[in-house]
Ligand binder design. Structure first.
Ligand code: ATP
Ligand code: MG
Length: 454
């Protein structure tokens, strides 16, 4: 810290005496020419100045005033001026006035008085420097605060900008989502429309497919009746009546198929009740083997007695069996051996498994992969929907269906049906099939158009 005391005391031994006194008092003291004093004062080289009254008149007053005016806010340079006893001359008083912070010490003076004045001046200068330190620390803090405030403002601006950007994006996304939802609603409405149309299409093709058999049966019975009427030497009313009855039954069956299919396609409804499986299979066989193409086809049934009570929609399951039987008949068209085997066995407490297998060439590998898909056919005049309908029906009745090729050739179609639980009617099942006393019942039939009306 600068503690230098500059002295200026021209004339005689004044300078030497003052310096001697101050040096002896432990002050860092040096004398300087008037210009050097003023210049050093402006540059902060000294802590205080001790001058004699006479020295005041040597100072370059204008420069001194400039240097004092240029002091920083905290600074008020202290002077100690040694004056003569009595009133000051106006010129001296004016200079002292111009110096500002002046402590006057009368001459002749005592050492202690000079020490005290110089010490006070140094202490005052020291306090000013401390004030400067506080002021600059305060200014620093203010500056930091300003920087912080500015950066805070910048951050707030940034965040606001980011928020408004997010806001804009959100609004855009909301609009896009609303648009997507509207589009989805429109697509859904369109889809419902399309699925209705395709359900109607499916129903139309299903009806065309399923009505074929009973209508063929009706045709057969009517043709047979006509033939009987034409050729019989005598009217054979009983046989004609029976044939017409059968035609009526088949026509009814066709009507029933239409009704059930409509329910299935429109509402997925099935009318399940306890049914006798052997009787059901027997009816299906009669319907499936009705036309000339099934001539020479032999059917072998192996039905377990404890697999005879099922909980199904009878007409629908008959449709499935007719589809499978027709497929087997069509597949065996050129086969030397034409046998259809239908087996039924109890799988577990809940399910009964039915298999329909044949001695045909087996299912084509290209077809087998998607055999239950609609319109998958290897036949020139086939629609390829028989198995697709069959799967829909079996699943709607609570079962499942698979298709495969047998180890010895031929196709094996396998499906399950729910077992009718509760009271067992196996023992008193009424069927045209001859029940064997053993656990299994066997039935053998050879289809031939000739025995249709029997
Ligand atoms: N027992 C079978 N033996 C060999 N191939 C079969 C047998 N059953 C079905 N297929 C194959 O599966 C295909 C699909 O059968 P599906 O009954 O669904 O249709 P389709 O018989 O071709 O025509 P339609 O709709 O008139 O019944 C058949 O074209 C045939 O190639
Ligand atoms: Mg078919």
């Amino acid at each position: 810290m600068n503690e230098t005391v500059v002295t200026l005391a021209p004339g005689g031994r004044n300078q030497a005496v003052i310096n001697e006194i101050l040096t002896a008092g432990g002050f860092d003291c040096r004398n300087a020419a008037p210009e050097v004093l003023v210049d050093g004062l402006g540059k902060g080289h000294f802590a205080t100045a001790v001058l004699t009254e006479e020295a005041l008149h040597l100072l370059p007053i204008a420069d001194l005033q400039n240097a004092l005016a240029a002091q920083e806010a905290w600074s008020d340079f202290p002077f100690v001026v040694l004056v003569s006893k009595g009133d000051l001359s106006p010129a001296t008083a004016a200079i002292i006035e111009a110096l500002g912070n002046v402590a006057q010490v009368e001459r002749p003076m005592r050492r202690g008085t000079l020490f005290g004045a110089v010490r006070s001046a140094l202490r005052a200068r020291q306090r000013q420097r401390e004030a400067r330190h506080f002021i600059s620390a305060h200014a620093d803090a203010e500056c930091q605060l300003r920087v912080l405030a500015e950066s805070l403002e910048a951050r707030v601006l940034d965040r606001t900008r980011a928020l408004s950007e997010t806001n804009r994006r959100l609004k855009y996304e909301m609009a896009a989502r609303r648009e997507a939802t509207d589009r989805m609603d429109a697509m859904q409405a369109e889809l419902i429309h399309i699925s209705r149309v395709s359900a109607m299409g499916a129903m139309a093709s299903t009806l065309a497919h399923e009505l074929n058999q009973p209508l063929a049966a009706v045709m057969n019975y009517v043709v047979a009746s006509r033939h009987l009427l034409e050729t019989a030497p005598e009217p054979a009313p009983q046989r004609i009546l029976a044939a017409l009855d059968a035609a009526a039954t088949n026509a009814n069956e066709a009507a029933e198929i239409v009704r059930r299919l409509r329910d299935l396609v429109a509402r997925g409804e099935v009318k399940r009740q306890r049914e006798d499986l052997p009787a059901l299979i027997e009816d299906a066989l009669r319907l499936g083997l009705i036309d000339a193409s099934s001539s020479g086809v032999e059917c072998r049934l192996l039905l377990d007695v404890d697999a005879s009570s099922v909980l199904v929609d009878k007409v629908q399951i008959q449709q499935v069996l007719v589809n499978l039987i027709r497929n087997s008949v069509e597949a065996m068209q050129y086969s030397p051996i034409k046998v259809i085997r239908i087996n039924a066995r109890r799988l577990d407490n809940k399910l009964i498994e039915v298999t329909v297998s044949d001695t045909g060439p087996g299912i084509d590998a290209a077809i087998l992969a998607a055999i239950f898909s609609p319109f998958n056919t290897s036949k020139r005049d086939g629609l390829g929907i028989g198995l697709s309908i069959s799967r829909t029906i079996i699943e709607a009745n609570g079962g499942s269906i698979t298709g495969a090729n047998g180890r010895d050739g031929g196709a094996i179609m396998r499906f399950t049906l729910p077992r009718a639980l509760g009271v067992h009617r196996d023992a008193d099942t009424t069927s045209s099939m001859a029940p064997s006393p053993a656990k299994r019942r066997h039935f053998l039939a050879t289809a031939a158009p000739g025995n249709l009306a029997n």
